[in-house]
Design a protein around this ligand. Structure first.
Ligand SMILES: NCc1[nH]cc(CCC(=O)O)c1CC(=O)O
Length: 309
């Protein structure tokens, strides 16, 4: 059933972060359509990923755990656009769907949240760091092999409470998410991307639509950010080449400066004991090729174990 009248319906997950992001798009879309934000409806859709709380998502298997149900709603016409953290989007979307654009990227960095340590270096010997992200687990152990990591899932509030209660010594989160939740003051230290590379897409909000919804895609172009699009094209090309299973920690960041693009990427062993890092720069017109090329270099240089072979 495809709605033929009224403003387009936005689909979103129901987590506080997802809702904050969807509301941002709702306000911008209302503005672009010349109607009040409330005229643009939000439809909250539960995804498989939202229902898994007891184990690492990498163990739950499969990609698109946070997107499948929203993809179906798009293809059925129940919603016209879906708002996602770019970080949670698989590298390949189902046929008929496209990333219509991204909002201007928030701060890309991760933060440390701890009770005393003002940096990863200052964590006490043998500290316990909670994170569900293989990338964060691997990078923290790369910098501090003495630290132990433990699986920590749940929403941001639960995670912060576990640091406060002393159940764990520290956790790592995206600054972008904390800002959107009004919790940026909980960060103990913002980690430099030189030492700690973010996830592909971190800090960017992606809008997915049906490929053939040209009118909506054109409307979205009034407020989406082309520079973020170029950076994400390179980052996602890198990820696609490494493809990986979601069991391989991968990090990467592209930055646009004028007409140029610089990229750094990394593939790590889960325990942080081994890694391959690459760097590339080139014109923004070659973003896709640059990301792919960086990915191929990693594949060529990585020891087989690093590629899960
Ligand atoms: N997987 C959860 C998720 N997806 C996007 C963000 C943060 C917001 C962003 O990166 O844009 C988070 C939370 C976190 O990693 O701290």
């Amino acid at each position: 059933m495809i709605a033929t009248t009224g403003a387009p319906v936005i689909g979103t997950r129901g987590s506080p972060l997802a809702l904050a992001q969807a509301r941002q798009v709702q306000a911008l879309l209302g503005g672009a359509l010349g109607c009040p934000a409330e005229a643009v409806a939000l439809s909250v859709i539960k995804t498989t990923g939202d229902m898994i709380q007891d184990r690492a998502l990498s163990e739950a298997g499969g990609k698109g755990l946070f997107t499948k149900e929203l993809d179906s709603a798009l293809l059925d016409g129940r919603i016209a656009l879906a708002v996602h953290s770019a970080k949670d989007l698989p590298t390949v979307l189902p046929d008929g769907l496209v990333i219509a654009g991204y909002l201007a990227r928030e701060d890309v960095r991760d933060v440390l949240i701890s009770r005393g340590a003002r940096s990863i270096a200052e964590l006490p010997r043998g500290a316990v760091v909670g994170s569900a992200s293989l990338r964060r687990q691997a990078q923290v152990r790369r910098l501090r092999p003495d630290v132990s990591v433990t699986l920590l899932r749940g929403n941001v509030g639960t995670r912060l409470a576990k640091v406060e209660s002393g159940e764990i010594d520290a956790t790592l989160l995206a600054l972008a998410g904390l800002r959107r939740l009004g919790l940026a003051d909980k960060a103990t230290a913002v980690l430099d991307t030189e030492d700690f590379l973010p996830a592909i897409g971190q800090g960017a909000i992606a809008i997915v639509t049906r490929a053939d919804d040209l009118a909506l895609r054109e409307t979205l172009m009034r407020f989406t950010d082309p520079g973020t699009g170029v950076a994400l094209e390179a980052e996602r090309a890198f990820l696609r080449v490494l493809d990986g299973s979601c069991r391989t920690p991968i990090a990467g960041l592209a930055r646009v400066e004028g007409t140029g693009l610089s990229f750094r990427g990394m593939l790590l062993a889960p325990d942080g004991s081994d890694w391959v890092a690459v760097e590339r720069s080139g014109p923004i017109a070659e973003a896709l090729g640059l990301g792919e090329d960086a990915g191929r270099e990693v594949v060529a240089r990585a020891r087989p174990a690093l590629l899960g072979k």
